[in-house]
Ligand binder design. Structure first.
Ligand code: AQP
Length: 330
């Protein structure tokens, strides 16, 4: 059975890009694959300096993951800091990746530039190594993610191959899987940038828990393009193409098919907003009721961590053995 691993950071409320690019595929894949999904709270520390925030976001995110349809009886849903093998293998990954490779990561350059005079942690620079550990610990064949993760999956593959060459076959070399529509949902106000939890303004980001009226308003105000023709062309018509792709993803069609039904931007914005509201309605209802029982959420995460550790500890032991670290009992 194909093993699948993919994670999400508790850096803020989940948005439509996370849902269409990743979460929806996690849910649809859970019955055909052996699925592991982590809330990677240690990654959130790269950009966090206030106490308590990450823990609260983690519980909230767990409720969202179960609300979108991850079944704790089927998929293994866990919190990264509950599985210490992540940081243990993370160090080994740091020793397997080069400074030059990390320097070429565009996300580091973008994020460091955005933080300008703010503190730029060393973790922001090295986190692709921890992310490689997140993936390789689970012997994952497939990693279902959005397009923004391409460079990170590439570096994970390079690290796995380098380690296997140095120390013998140890890690499965994973491959990236992206959805047909929704792999790169962009900001409604800035359609050349990806919709992101940690970006500044709210107006261009559709959160999973936004009220229907707020969602409609955000779509009605979405930035389109200077001419008034509706067709799908990411490079020259990023605003309209983003709407077409969102509507396509919500209705199971291709963006080109969707475009054929519209002559004007107004009806396209309206229909896209309505389709999103309908997709999110049941998720919002489940999320509200799940958050009422924090003890149950915590119990589900404990079970997830126990299941995750069975796999993670065996992979870490294999890596230690193949490197030839001195065992406790010789
Ligand atoms: N805009 C997007 N379109 C499609 N997929 C997306 N993903 C993220 N944004 C989009 C996918 O969601 C999963 C979780 O990624 P994340 O936790 O890194 O989400 P984020 O919104 O990107 O959060 P941050 O904190 O703002 O992270 P950075 O700083 O990395 O952008 C992934 O599978 C991702 O591909």
């Amino acid at each position: 059975m194909t093993r699948v691993l993919s994670c999400i950071q508790p850096t803020g409320p989940v948005h439509l890009g996370n849902y269409l690019g990743a979460l929806r595929n996690w849910v649809s894949g859970q019955h055909e694959c052996d699925a592991f999904h982590g809330i990677v709270d240690l990654h959130a520390l790269t950009v966090t300096d206030r106490p308590g925030v990450v823990g609260e976001n983690t519980l909230e995110l767990a409720a969202t993951l179960f609300a979108v349809g991850l079944d704790p009886e089927v998929a293994t849903v866990f919190v990264q800091s509950h599985v210490p093998e992540h940081t243990q293998l993370g160090w080994i990954m740091e020793c397997t990746v080069s400074y030059g490779e990390l320097s070429r990561m565009t996300q580091f350059k973008d994020k460091a530039a955005k933080r300008e005079a703010d503190f730029v942690s060393a973790g922001l620079f090295t986190y692709p190594a921890l992310q490689a550990a997140d993936i390789l610990l689970y012997d994952a064949d497939d990693v279902p993610v959005g397009e923004d993760q391409r460079q990170h999956i590439e570096i994970t593959r390079d690290i796995a191959e380098r380690f296997n060459t140095r120390f013998g076959a140890t890690f499965v070399v994973p491959k990236m899987v992206t959805p047909k529509a929704g792999a790169k949902v962009t900001d409604l106000q800035d359609p050349t940038s990806k919709m992101s939890k940690s970006s500044g303004g709210d107006a261009g980001i559709v959160y999973l828990h936004d009220d229907p009226s707020v969602i409609m308003k955000k779509f009605k105000r979405a930035v389109t393009d200077s001419d008034s023709e509706v067709h799908f062309d990411r490079a020259h018509k990023p605003g309209v193409s983003n709407l077409l792709e969102i509507l396509a993803a919500c209705t199971g069609r291709s963006p080109e098919e969707v475009a054929a039904g519209y002559q004007q931007y107004g009806p396209l914005k309206n229909d896209t907003g309505e389709a999103v509201v309908e997709v999110l309605r049941p998720i919002q209802e489940r999320h509200r009721s799940l958050l009422e029982d924090r003890a149950e959420l915590s119990r589900l995460l404990r079970r997830g961590a126990e299941k995750a550790r069975v796999v993670a500890s065996s992979t870490l032991a294999r890596a230690y053995r193949n490197i030839g670290l001195l065992p406790l009992d010789v």
